[in-house]
Each structure stands twice: as structure tokens, then as C-alpha cells.
Design a protein around this ligand. Sequence first.
Ligand code: AMP
Ligand code: MG
Length: 335
Amino acid sequence: MTATLTVDPVHPEPELIRVAALILKKGGLVAFPTETVYGLGALALHEETVRKIFAAKGRPATNPLIVHVLDEAMAKTVCATWPEQARAIAEALWPGPLTLILPRRDIVPLVVTAGLAAVAVRSPAHPVARALLAEVAEPIAAPSANLYTEISPTRAEHVRKGLSGKIDLILDGGPAGVGVESTVLDLTGPVPTILRPGAIVPSQIERVIGRIAVVSEHVRDEHARPSPGQSKKHYAPKAQLAIVAMGDAGLMQDRILRVRKLRGRVGVLIHSNIAVGQDGLVLRRLPKDPKEYAAALYDALHDLEDAGCSHILVEAVPPGEAWDAARDRLKRASA
Ligand code: AMP
Ligand code: MG
């Protein structure tokens, strides 16, 4: 049985947080809102509880988890080193949608890092996530609260769809604000490197620590993956997803017709002013602002999936770092 508790996203009720914390302390699984997407939490320092996350999600043991911490002090309990760069970033950009990769301390079970020598840590900004971390007073491992390869949840309903019956509790704190997973920054190499784009963009990080690198898609796809979100098919709707050039209504109409010939139900996601008109389409127009677009993207994909779309045509997003996260997730969903 999976219970749901509706919690105030700004001022979470202490008694509800205590219920959730108690479940975690007893070794249970609790889904909770973070500012990126909903997380599936378990106590990070206990091998048996962490294993339950992998089992519930159907996630391969080769995919490491992000360890959520309240603050820098808690981060230092799981990281073997805390370089000046980490200190500066934590000061400037934590709490927030940015995960740091650093050498792992021995207290972190290897199951968390999928056997890697490095651990991923993030201090979430969402009041519910923070209240939960403060109450349990230890790190919480929390990947996105969805089944492996399915779309990440930005609402409690999405969590229920995938994990109902497999976890103990869902804290429903309304929609997640950012809507895509955190930026992942690797601080273990000679040059800080973004492994996964997210809401925190390269220029924001460079303002704090100077030049950084961004792993190219090619490298991410071809090489052994230090990072799970980098496997090609990580963020995949059940429908077949294809990206169509931006601002080209004619091309979009053409693609719609082609899918129709296959007798598929077509979902279309656009963000520009192109007019797309055909009966029986499931059309969603997303905001033009990159932040608002990201916040609405997974919800729209869940929607189209629920509407039974076998094919989803997505208008390509503009160039530029503000769109990196959305572009990356769409690319993966269409792989
Ligand atoms: P998820 O929690 O499902 O959003 O995905 C976890 C993400 O954390 C992956 O996409 C990786 O980018 C990152 N990650 C977690 N642990 C590590 C690690 N030890 N080394 C590199 N990346 C990691
Ligand atoms: Mg995930």
C-alpha cells in the first residue's frame, strides 16, 4: 500500500514531515517533491534501504544515485575531499538544482555509487525536501521517483502512476518548479565538467569558479558512462518521440500526416507560434520562456502518454545554454 499525504510546499507541516521521516528511519521508501522533479528517497548510508530504491524503480545496479544533503556540513560527511571549488559553489549555488561529483567517503555504501569511487551530492532547495533532511538528520539517496527509463515525475500523480504499491509514502507538495533533473558537475578531474545539463547553466558556474568544460553528447554516448542519466534512453516516454525543426509549420504538418498513415495517435508539442491544425491531434503548446518550458515539459509528455499517443512530435527548441537541459532531455527521449 502506498499512502499519500498532501503537504504544504512552502511551510510543510512538521507532523507530516515526522511521519515521512519515521518511515525513512525504519528503512522505508518515501517519494517527496524537490525543486527539480519528485525524488524517491531512502536513507543513503544503509545498504539495505538503498537496495529497495533500485528494486522499486527496476533501476540497474550500475546507475549511481544522487545523495541529498541539507547543507555543506552534511555533504562533507559523505565526500572524502571538499575542495575550494566545492566550497565556493556550495556558497553561491546551494541549495539548488546542482549536483556535485566528489570522491566518496567509506561510509557511503558502494551500492549508492554503483561501485564508483566518486559520490554525487546535492542540497535541494525545496522546503519539503529540506524539512525531511533536517528531520532525519542524515543524507537521503533520491533518484527520480519513476520506473527505470520512464519520464521523471513532476507531480505526485506521476509518481503514483509508476510506483503505486511499490513504495511506502508519497508526499504530495504540488508541481515541482524546475521540472528537469539537476545539473551534474564533476569536480574529480583536472577541469570541472558538466556531465548533465540542468537548470544551473555553465555561465552561472563559471562566474563562481572560472572556466569549466561540458561533456559533449558524442563523448557521453560513446564512452563508458560515469553517469546514468547519460545512457541514451534514460528519459523515455512510452510513445515514439521525434524532434521536428523549429518554426516550420509545413514540415510539422507533413510529419503528422506520415505518422497518421501508420494509424498512430499523434501528440504534438510546440512552443513557437506555428499553426498546427488537424483533427484528432493531441496538441500542447508549451511556454516560450526556457525556464517555464522546462517546468512544463515532463507534465506535457506524461499527458500525451496518458492520452494514448503512440507518436509524439516535438518542435525543436532554440540554441543557447538556457535551453540545454530541455534539448538534452528531448534528444534522449527521441533516441
Ligand atoms: P537521477 O537521480 O535518476 O536523476 O540520476 C542520477 C544522476 O546522477 C545521473 O544522471 C548522473 O549524472 C549522476 N551521478 C550519480 N552518481 C554519480 C557518480 N558517482 N558519478 C557520476 N555521476 C553520477
Ligand atoms: Mg531518473
